[in-house]
Write a protein that binds this ligand. Structure first.
Ligand code: FES
Length: 143
């Protein structure tokens, strides 16, 4: 089997990934977010930025900017859709598997793109909780 065919097979995206890549949800900057967090992926060098608006411990809005690939954009869309309306604690319980399952799966080589969105969410929640408890107020904390 030619190598080219094998690589293409490994990178086959689901219809949901393609749909969310072509028409991403919640992409863009947010005015006056409660938390803004950036995370990078050392594997590919891409960046992911997440904005959360939190009111009374509920995530009322979530947006993102992706400096990554199609899988990352689709994952950002799925992650922000899944957490909107959830409490901060419930959003923190979402697993990487749930996010990937929401996309109908991801090629193995692209799982790190989903992990990048997931890690950014976890970091945003951690920073929010630290700020609330009077902990370290990082520079990524929104106004
Ligand atoms: S290859 Fe970098 S986020 Fe997908």
């Amino acid at each position: 089997m030619p190598v080219e065919f094998t690589e293409r097979s490994l990178l086959k995206y689901t219809q949901k990934v393609i749909e969310l890549f072509r028409n991403p949800k919640n992409i863009g900057e947010m005015e006056n977010p409660t938390v803004t967090t950036v995370e990078g992926d050392p594997q590919c060098g891409d960046m992911f930025k997440m904005y959360l608006k939190i009111e009374g411990d509920k995530i009322t809005d979530a947006k993102f900017l992706s400096f990554g690939c199609a899988a990352n954009i689709a994952t950002g869309s799925m992650t922000t859709e899944m957490i909107k309306g959830k409490t901060v604690d419930d959003a923190g319980k979402i697993s990487i598997k749930e996010i990937a399952d929401g996309l109908g799966g991801l090629p193995g080589l692209k799982m790190h793109c989903a992990v990048l969105a997931y890690k950014t969410l976890k970091k945003a929640i951690q920073e929010y909780k630290q700020g609330k408890s009077g902990g370290d107020q990082t520079s990524s904390k929104g106004s």
